[in-house]
Design a protein. Structure first.
Length: 147
């Protein structure tokens, strides 16, 4: 249905207490808040234009919810990979700061999974509507972060 970029974020509190990061390899020296996708994610794939780096990361905090990753980062527990709209959301990561601003994580994709190829007209219409409006909604949320 859609794709959205994910970037690295940390709280101002965390950044004030730790050495400034200028290269993805330096993430190994920081507390990174890792996601759990079946197992704990210990490597982050980062991209800058055509350059690609896989870095090993560690830290004391982890979560299986991207919302919780944002909340833990906001509390100063470390650096997290988040979508822009969540990093700026008042209930989750409001106030987080981009880290390594010229690098991005692998984008996330959203899929509409249905139980059968024999979809009803209502389901097809709903999926079509969501796909059509998803990108516009993400653009709006991302532009709010920039303003």
């Amino acid at each position: 249905m859609g794709t959205f970029p994910r970037r690295l974020f940390a709280s101002q509190e965390y950044l004030a207490k730790h050495k400034r990061i200028q290269d993805p390899g330096e993430l190994a020296e920081h507390s990174c808040i890792r996601g759990v996708h079946g197992e704990l994610v210990s490597e982050w794939e980062l991209r800058r234009e055509r350059e690609r780096r896989i870095v090993k990361v560690g830290g004391i905090a982890s979560a299986n919810s991207v919302g919780m990753l944002a909340k833990l980062s906001k509390e100063g527990m470390g650096i997290a990979i988040l979508p822009d709209f969540l990093a700026s959301h008042p209930g989750f990561g409001d106030g987080l700061v981009r880290v390594l601003s010229d690098w991005e994580a692998v984008p996330a994709h959203i899929f509409a999974v249905t139980p059968s190829e024999m979809q009803s007209a209502r389901i097809r219409k709903l999926v079509s509507f969501l796909k059509e409006h998803f990108e516009a909604m993400l653009n709006e949320l991302s532009s709010r972060r920039k303003s």
